[in-house]
Design a protein around this ligand. Sequence first.
Ligand SMILES: NC(=O)c1ccc[n+]([C@@H]2O[C@H](COP(=O)([O-])OP(=O)(O)OC[C@H]3O[C@@H](n4cnc5c(N)ncnc54)[C@H](OP(=O)(O)O)[C@@H]3O)[C@@H](O)[C@H]2O)c1
Length: 241
Amino acid sequence: MEIEGRTILITGANRGIGQALVTEALSRGVNRVYAGTRGPLAHPDGRVTPLTLDVTSAAQVQAAAASVGSLDVLINNAGIALYDDLSDRAVLEQHLAVNLFGTYGVTQAFLPLLTRSRGAIVNNVSTMALAPFPLTPAYAISKAAAFNLTQSLRALLAGRGVRVHAVLTGPTDTDMTRGFDIPKASPGSVARAIFDGVENEEEDIFPDAMSRSLTDSWRNGAVKAMERENAAFVPAEPSAA
Ligand SMILES: NC(=O)c1ccc[n+]([C@@H]2O[C@H](COP(=O)([O-])OP(=O)(O)OC[C@H]3O[C@@H](n4cnc5c(N)ncnc54)[C@H](OP(=O)(O)O)[C@@H]3O)[C@@H](O)[C@H]2O)c1
């Protein structure tokens, strides 16, 4: 899928990777970017349409879907990551509300438009979906669930022509990783790699040096093979009358 000329919605578009995705989308010649944000957003490029969108608010999600006429690519990027030790159920629920149910709710709301355009869904997950980091276990659980959601959606929507990508992002230099003294990719390089992956039709996108080290073993591994075998159980879509 070429990004040029497309209409794209990015959640969590005001800072970090989301902001970089907006910039990269514009530089690839998109027709329109809907920038989903919780607060007000002003952008100098006329192709950017701000959209009030707290992904945990069913009312805002519905209002946003009603205000968008057509959509080619949905990027579920909004996310939270808090330190915890799994002792407080509320912290786990908070992560699931944004990172899992936010992704789920926004996807369901925009699915009719994406089905019509035979478009794409891009879920910004994390390498922690595969291996948790024990200082943010609630975050890792929510990302593992969001990745599994992505895999099921991929199988369920293939017959409708909607591609579903997971981005297994590694450490990236944003507010989310402030205080972690580890090598980090720049948000701009991650955004470029995400759109490259969508254009190259990569199901699972590894957008930085750390995550890229997993690419071959993931793509050629037994778990990926099992995902494909399981996907074959989805009944074929009834052909249009
Ligand atoms: N940075 C990394 O190392 C890394 C690694 C793997 C995956 N990721 C994933 O990449 C995505 C972007 O992360 P980032 O690093 O750019 O983080 P960030 O700089 O902390 O930005 C998070 C974004 O999500 C938005 N957000 C949070 N809760 C929201 C809600 N309820 N509704 C709508 N928007 C909400 C924030 O909006 P506000 O400004 O309103 O808070 C902000 O725009 C996340 O899904 C994250 O899990 C990041």
